[in-house]
Write a protein that binds this ligand. Structure first.
Ligand code: PLP
Length: 287
């Protein structure tokens, strides 16, 4: 069975799916994206991901390419055509196709929409979570609108490649004051020695992760102790536990930061429990 992608109104074979060379996503990274997990035939937190997509588009003055209801249908059709039960659905919207010019194209230029999906067994992430992952730290060098989920990810790409070359999974950006902002594609968390969960406020300097929000819901549900504040690399290295969150990783325990083992060097109890509870608290919508 060949993979199928949705590209600007058509369902096409993934291997042949293409956008125009003058697409502004290609020319200027002038676009945004979303990734939703799909779990046993359910789309995870679709409402919140689509809310964020609309917000990202609004911040950049790009129109929604279609209504939310239509978008939801396209996502489902792509998932069905690819027979995805568990994995991911990816949406990308750009300002459309126009002759290369920094100024916005004329307002009647339709935004471009691509939707793809792929199968990934849930056990893949679960296995990684049993061992936990390593992170490295790198200086923050991104623009100050990282709250918009744009496809302009070059600093993230370079940071994550550096992590990979160091045998780690993720890179944590560290701001000029020594505070961790977030990972290249994840939000960053620690658990202090007195079992308080700590993550940076999402007003500035990070993407307001949907998975982060689900963890906040789990914290409330379980009456856990929580402090929304920045933390330094040193504090993280001394922490009892650390973990990262994203739709692509869920709650993923961190067992090493640079060369420092976290806790006893194995995934922490709280991180493991939050991962286990995740799909009880996230919103699940049938494909
Ligand atoms: N931070 C960055 C930079 C990301 O790219 C992502 C996800 O791709 C996240 C955080 C986590 O966001 P979410 O939980 O919505 O997937």
């Amino acid at each position: 069975m060949s993979r199928i992608a949705y590209v600007n109104g058509r369902y096409v074979r993934h291997a042949e799916a293409a956008v125009h060379i003058e697409d502004r996503g290609y020319q200027f990274a002038d676009g945004v994206y979303e990734v939703c997990e799909v779990w046993h035939g359910k789309i995870v937190d679709e409402r919140r991901h689509c809310d964020r997509l609309e917000r990202s588009l609004r911040e950049l003055s790009i129109r929604m390419p279609m209504t939310r209801a239509a978008l939801s249908q396209v996502m489902r059709e792509v998932l069905r055509r690819n027979r995805v039960r568990s994995g991911f659905v990816y949406l990308q919207v750009t300002r459309g196709v126009a002759r290369r010019d920094h100024y916005f194209p004329s307002p009647d230029t339709p935004p471009a929409l691509v939707v793809t999906a792929r199968n990934v067994a849930p056990e893949t992430g679960d296995k990684a979570a049993e061992a936990g992952v390593g992170v490295i730290t790198v200086p923050e060098n991104r623009w100050d609108r990282v709250d918009i989920k744009t496809v302009g990810l070059l600093p993230n790409v370079l940071a994550k490649q550096k992590a990979k070359e160091a045998g780690a999974k993720e890179a944590w950006f560290v701001d000029a004051n020594g505070y961790v902002t977030e990972g290249g594609s994840t939000n960053a968390w620690i658990v202090t020695k007195d079992n308080t969960l700590v993550t940076r406020p999402a007003e500035h300097g990070i993407l307001k992760g949907i998975t982060r929000q689900v963890v906040l819901d789990m914290i409330a549900r379980n009456g856990l102790s929580f402090d929304e504040r920045p933390f330094t690399v040193d504090e993280a290295k001394q922490a009892k536990e650390a973990f990262i969150t994203a739709a692509s990783t869920l709650v993923m325990p961190v067992v090493r930061i640079d060369d420092a083992a976290i806790g006893n060097g194995h995934p922490g109890e709280l991180s493991r429990e939050l991962r286990q509870q995740f799909h009880e608290v996230s919103e699940l919508e049938p494909v």
